[in-house]
Design a protein around this ligand. Structure first.
Ligand code: ADP
Ligand code: MG
Length: 358
């Protein structure tokens, strides 16, 4: 097992002739501590697969270095790295039995057959594949095949890390939930570093102790689910995590405090007074409340989601989402809102500013 470190890693795929390279990874310096359960979360195209393939060695980065336990391995081939990788779509040997598929990574490394048997049986049990061990892999559904791929990723105990690249994409929703909790359980049992790539915040937040949020080829924040919710360092984190995401509204500053459409607000994290750049406030819908004195709004939409209501209001041209208790009445005359100062953050060019902001 290893601690994995990226130092100033950048990667550009070869550009079409005559064009300048575009960096799929802009610059990543990041440590994955030994034994951690990490999720790599971000929208499609932000560089997640590129980053995983650089860890496993399928790709050599254009710049920067990769270290496993302080040993530089940037140019070393995949076989030397002892990384197991599970891809988005099943990779199985169709003509082999389920058993032989699971045994493959172990036999490949010369494990004695008696140990292979024991380990394959254990992994098959965990993934509910025990009754199909003798079947040919070709006869299984997409779900079944992906379980084999997961099994092949999990079967070796001598790996530095296990990488999962959106592994549950082809899995049925109810099984998805089951497999996700299994992976989490397994991580607790075997303690190998796991990096789980997903674009789904629920998957990321349930699997991981630490979530690495990626946006446009870079890492914008690394934190626990609670940290990402309560202190988004970047407007993208605020917007991407949470449902609905954080409200991001234009503002100017008055003595370090934000002014939104001529309403002077109060933030627990005032900004330096000499800031310049695109200035915005971020406030999550959970921290916007109706009040007897505040910012006048018009109610645009009320969605009853059972346990709570999502209310969309408008002030001048700006839409604001609020989460309101299920039993709370929505004011019908002259509605006004307030932002909770402790959860109102100021952003400059998308990065949080103010005490402990940046
Ligand atoms: P993700 O896994 O987050 O969806 P990727 O790492 O696959 O993102 O892709 C990041 C960026 O790199 C995207 O803009 C994608 O189009 C580009 N890209 C990925 N693979 C290649 C490739 N083999 N050649 C050229 N561009 C690529
Ligand atoms: Mg991908």
């Amino acid at each position: 097992m290893s601690r994995i470190e990226f130092r100033n890693v950048r990667h550009a795929y070869p550009p079409p002739p005559g064009q300048a390279p575009v960096y799929a990874l802009k610059e990543v310096s990041q440590v994955w501590e030994d034994g951690g359960a990490y999720a790599l979360l971000g929208p499609s195209g932000c560089g997640k697969t590129t980053l995983l393939n650089i860890i496993s060695g399928l790709l050599t980065p254009s710049e920067g270095s990769i270290l496993f336990d302080d040993n530089e391995i940037t140019q070393r081939p995949t076989a030397d790295r002892h990384i197991a990788q599970v891809f988005q779509f099943p990779v199985v040997y169709d003509t082999m039995s389920v058993f032989d598929n699971l045994a493959f990574p172990l036999r490949n490394r010369g494990m004695p057959e008696s140990q292979v048997q024991a380990r394959v049986i254990e992994i098959a049990e965990m993934l509910d594949l025990s009754d199909r061990l003798k079947h040919r892999a070709s006869g299984l559904s997409a779900d079944g095949k992906q379980k084999i791929s997961l099994g092949r990723g999990l079967v070796r105990e001598d790996v530095n890390a296990i990488l999962f690249d959106e592994p549950l994409t082809v899995i049925d929703p109810h099984l998805k939930w089951q497999l996700r909790s299994k992976l989490k359980e397994l991580h607790q049992q075997i303690g190998v570093t796991m990096i789980y790539v997903t674009h789904d915040q629920v998957e990321a937040l349930t699997f991981a102790d630490k979530v690495v949020v990626m946006h446009d080829g870079g890492v914008v924040q690394v934190g626990t689910p609670v940290e990402l919710f309560s202190r988004p360092r970047h407007t993208f984190v605020g917007y991407f995590i949470g449902s609905p995401g954080m409200n991001v509204l234009p503002c100017r500053l008055d003595n370090g405090q934000p002014v939104f459409a001529n309403n002077l607000l109060s933030s627990g994290y005032p900004a330096d007074t000499d800031l310049s750049g695109k200035l915005e406030i971020g406030i999550r819908p959970e921290f916007v409340h109706f009040a007897s004195q505040g910012i006048p709004v018009a109610i645009e939409k009320v969605e009853d989601l059972g346990r709570y209501q999502v209310v969309t209001v408008k002030h001048e041209t700006e839409q604001i989402k609020m989460i309101v208790a299920e039993d709370q009445l929505i004011p019908s005359e002259n509605p006004q809102i307030q932002f909770d100062p402790e959860n109102l953050r100021i952003y400059c060019d998308d990065w949080a500013v103010g005490a402990d902001g940046a």
